[in-house]
Design a protein around this ligand. Sequence first.
Ligand code: MF3
Ligand code: CO
Length: 248
Amino acid sequence: MIHIRTPKEIEIMRESNRLVAQVLQRLSDAIKPGVTTKELDHLAERLIRTAGATPAFKGYRGYPATLCVSIDEEVVHGIPVSRQLKQGEIVSLDVGAFLNEYYGDAAITVPVGKVSKEAVRLLEVSRQALAKGIEQARDGNRLLDISYAIQSWVESHGFSVVRDFVGHGIGRNLHEDPQVPNFGPPHAGPRLRPGMVLAIEPMINVGTWEVKVLDDGWTVVTADGRLSAHFEHTIAITEKEADILSLP
Ligand code: MF3
Ligand code: CO
């Protein structure tokens, strides 16, 4: 069942998501060569707890940290460790927070110093893929209009869309109906209606769309070892264009 949230609930969710966006902003300011992913995790957890919220991912299905930090060929769900960031890497930061009984969830991918031309293009196409999806997240459209817009934008730029992981409804639970794939035919799936809240999160690969999970049981990497990027916003469907909740 897809929940329809009241305007009051949406305002509460805006707070959870604003916190997540503010944390992402602070993390991206902290990104530089030599910083460990564990340090970023501690910063995120401190900011979330100081705001009176709880990290959403920690303990979720046994996930051990506040942040998912996924470097280069890592797609999503990278576990923070003592590894130091290096110039030239791209780093996906995914954060969730639980505040006033509602969840917030968002992700960005940022460069560490100067990165390759291929990486710059991947980041730009992936950021825009999320924007293309959000553009279709409108009253009266169908869910897969979002998916189709993302897939066609990405593939027209020669990149590929991960199939094994998808976006999701979000609210009183981190993951709710519906699943929001980043691929699929247009004019399909449920009708979008005001009050629906979705986390749209394209995961975009330079090479093959195929991925595998490492032996830690979490870290998802590209099957061909090439770069991957990930951007996520939580949005609410309104009578007009989507209301992006995960803004600082
Ligand atoms: N943004 C991701 C998601 O919505 C992060 C989940 S990580 C997990 O699925 F640890 F919580 F699973
Ligand atoms: Co998510």
